[in-house]
Design a protein around this ligand. Structure first.
Ligand SMILES: [Zn+2]
Length: 94
């Protein structure tokens, strides 16, 4: 998953604002798991909408999406390494 700084950079590129406080809230180590709970997305996005506006609510949802795609990218990279190692073990070349 991207770091808070990386999330802030992505928000800055996307919206012109870092939404640092949104990303720090989501990735707070003490509450990280419950704040990434997809079943609470309506509740938390409403909270951000009231606190910082519509764009902040969207950046909260985007944070979750970016975490997810980060995980899948890792998975794909890890599987590729495994495939390469296995092919090398059996003497196959790519
Ligand atoms: Zn996160």
């Amino acid at each position: 998953m991207p770091s808070i700084e990386k999330h802030a950079d992505i928000s800055k590129q996307r919206t012109g604002k870092t939404y640092q406080q949104v990303h720090e809230w989501i990735d707070d180590p003490q509450y990280k798991e419950e704040r990434h709970d997809i079943t609470r997305v309506l509740e938390f996005s409403q909270m951000f909408r009231e606190k910082y506006g519509e764009e902040a609510a969207r950046e909260y949802v985007q944070h979750l999406a970016d975490d997810l795609s980060g995980k899948f990218n890792h998975l794909v990279e890890d599987v590729q390494v495994l495939v390469d190692k296995t092919l090398a073990y059996f003497g196959a070349k790519k």
